[in-house]
Design a protein around this ligand. Structure first.
Ligand SMILES: *Cc1c(COP(=O)(O)O)cnc(C)c1O
Length: 230
């Protein structure tokens, strides 16, 4: 990565961290209660290295294949890395996902939960799991429907014995996200789940105000992705 690009990347990263701290303070929450997942999907390893060198350890990827080729070697040098799976997960990639990721944020159907449960037993590796909720009940979106969430969460905990840490959502695109964030927090509270993964580049301050414990931020750190219409 060219020196100027690296400086710009680190500057954006610093700004995002400062804005997270500001939002935490504005919400009257304790410092350090929100963790940043730097979403490095489509970013090359040359773009994650400067962040690793700067001490950042938590990254998010949305495709198993891309994550495997980017991170398998990188992991070796950074033992305390926390790699989050934040994209749709196919059942046939579950073994690979459980061996690679530390957190799987997209548990969204019984077949996947069952596959995760058996992969966890087989590999003796327990990545923290999040249930993804389709909080706006949008037809094109992944995630468990809000009205099915309670039963599914219960099943994940009791029936499949998943190491469930919290809930994740992507709010509906064309409405104010605040209500969606609060709804996710309510569902989590009903089940005693403490982690809330919500908030992206455009809406993380609102998510933090609503109780997010993890924000997933790509564009504001790495810049506009090629796959994203401008
Ligand atoms: C890409 C992605 C993000 C990051 O989005 P930005 O708008 O680039 O910050 C967060 N969460 C999920 C699930 C994603 O796929």
């Amino acid at each position: 990565m060219a020196e100027g690009d690296e400086a710009a990347l680190l500057a954006r990263f610093g700004q995002v961290k400062a804005r997270i701290d500001d939002s935490v303070r504005a919400a009257g929450r304790a410092p350090g209660t929100v963790r940043l997942v730097a979403v490095s999907k489509t970013a090359p390893s040359t773009a994650v290295l400067p962040l690793l060198a700067a001490g950042h350890r938590r990254f998010g990827e949305n495709r198993v294949q891309e994550a495997a080729s980017k991170w398998t070697d990188l992991r070796e040098g950074w033992g305390d890395l926390q790699l989050h799976m934040i994209g749709p997960l196919q059942s046939n990639k579950v073994l690979q996902a459980v061996s690679l990721f530390d957190v799987i944020e997209t548990v969204d159907r019984p077949k996947l939960a069952l596959a995760l449960s058996s992969a966890i037993r087989q590999l003796e590796r327990r990545p923290l799991c999040f249930v993804e909720i389709n909080i706006g009940a949008e037809p094109q979106k992944a995630g468990v429907l809000p009205q099915e969430a309670d039963q599914f969460i219960d099943d994940c905990q009791r029936r499949w014995d998943l190491p469930l840490a919290g809930l994740m959502c992507i709010p509906p695109q064309h409405s104010a996200p605040d209500e969606a964030f609060h709804q996710l927090a309510e569902i989590a509270a009903r089940h005693g789940l403490v982690e809330l993964s919500m908030g992206m580049s455009e809406d993380f301050p609102q998510a933090i105000a609503a109780g997010a414990t993890m924000v997933r931020i790509g564009t504001a750190i790495f810049g506009q992705r090629p796959d994203k219409p401008v």
